[in-house]
Design a binder for this molecule. Sequence first.
Ligand code: NAD
Length: 282
Amino acid sequence: MTLIDGKVVAAKVKERVAGEVQALQEKTGKVPGLAVVQVGEDPASTVYVRNKNKTCDAMGFKNYSLHLPETISEKELLGHIEDLNANDEVNGILVQLPLPDQIDSDKVLKALDPAKDVDGFHPVNVGYLTTGAPQLVPCTPAGIMEMLAHYEIPVEGKHAVVIGRSNIVGKPMALLLLMKNATVTVCHSRTQDLVGMARSADIVVAAIGRPRFVTADMVKEGAVVIDVGINRVDGKLVGDVAFDAVAPKASHITPVPGGVGPMTIAMLMDNTLRAFKAANGL
Ligand code: NAD
């Protein structure tokens, strides 16, 4: 069994991106700009945003992040988005979810300039991905593809079972695997015989949000197991896969923490660099 080390792969991506940023700065005098927009004080969001800001600074990106009050109106927030859309030095905009109840998240995500939508959630980017011409791709599934490539795990012709169908992880994951010629099954809360489906998979991606949902009886001997879940149980982080029981059966498996998690920020920086290059014709 090979442990897929997200920290190693994320470091490799970040090193490449930071190197490219430095080279482009020498060539053009410009660096990519990223705006992470946080509304309110959700504790999990605060941790994620702090990490994103730290990474942004450490990698030589310019930081345009905004921390806005919990009570902000939808109109005011949309005004900030408009300003960021209009600012040529801002190449990537990410609105940290969840947003407070008075704000329609869907409306805010659709207000982003698709060329700056580094989370890849705008319907325009979803459309590009669906038609097989991806531009800005959601960071978590993009990071998983990067890990599979790093470990030279074959995808073509394999049966991939994605458990979870969210717009953030499950659906884009299925599309990316399909683009690499996997045969993809998407399972969700209404799926019949989920155990049988999962057991027939060469690659299982668990993006459910339920601690240790994927048990050893659901995994074929030699399968590749990717655990996206982040669940807090008794103060400890655990994934959607019952790691200790599943790992001995798997050919490759991601741990939680230290698996998919670190890839997400790395791919955010990669997306911002991509948006910068596209905006500057580089
Ligand atoms: P979500 O709640 O939006 O979607 C969960 C999906 O799981 C749904 O499509 C639902 O149909 C499916 N599901 C729920 N219960 C099920 C059941 N009993 N059987 C089968 N399917 C079931 O969640 P999400 O945003 O996709 O996130 C999933 C998990 O991944 C969460 O734990 C989240 O914290 C984590 N996550 C991690 C990262 C990362 O960077 N590692 C990024 C995003 C999300």
